[in-house]
Design a protein around this ligand. Structure first.
Ligand code: IMP
Ligand code: MG
Length: 171
């Protein structure tokens, strides 16, 4: 049986998402905003974040997958394309966790083909240790040096996304 060590509580997550919602609402006050969730990991984070954003905005999803077990395969597969027309709109990409950064880099390149007005990055967790590419996470809730975490949308082989808080996984 894997061991789950509590890392970030529901209360801490709620508090940070409220702050982030206020910040995004202020930064995009006069802009045509699309919050673009990266499936599957961001579905719970975006569901909570969108309800803390007080300005009009659209929601869309892009599907991308790179992980098996606790290590990135290095290859990403697009499992869903955005539905909305993104041209001249301001896009905030919403990810569960940025690790090497390779997934987001490929998604950014793909989104830019639609000629958006801007693309910024929002991640629940900004994990530093294994970063391989030079990308800046514009909005993040929590920073983490290393480790493999699950819960609140984050999975290990598709399990544990339903845990309401975030845990360190010791296999
Ligand atoms: P990257 O391409 O290495 O940045 O990988 C990002 C993706 O890997 C995330 O969207 C997650 O699906 C997955 N991932 C990276 N670290 C973790 C973790 O600690 N727990 C669960 N999934 C993770
Ligand atoms: Mg995953």
């Amino acid at each position: 049986m894997p061991e789950f060590i509590p890392l970030i509580s529901q209360q801490e997550i709620d508090g940070r998402i409220k702050q982030l919602g206020r910040q995004i609402s202020a930064d995009y006050a006069d802009k045509d905003l699309v919050m673009m969730g990266v499936l599957k990991g961001a579905f719970i984070f975006l569901a909570d974040l969108t309800r803390q954003i007080t300005i009009d905005h659209d929601i869309d999803f892009i599907g991308a997958s790179s992980y098996q077990g606790t290590s990135s395969t290095g290859q990403i597969v697009f499992t869903k394309q955005p539905d909305l027309d993104l041209e001249n709109r301001h896009i905030v990409l919403v990810e569960d966790i940025v690790d090497t950064g390779n997934t987001l880099l490929k998604i950014i390149d793909f989104i830019k083909l639609s000629h958006p007005a801007s693309v910024k990055l929002c991640a629940l967790i900004d994990k530093h240790e294994r970063r391989e590419v030079n990308i800046n996470v514009d909005y993040s809730c929590f920073s983490l040096d290393k480790g493999f975490i699950i819960g609140y949308g984050l999975d290990y082989n598709e399990k544990y996304r339903n845990f309401p808080a975030i845990y360190d996984l010791k296999p």
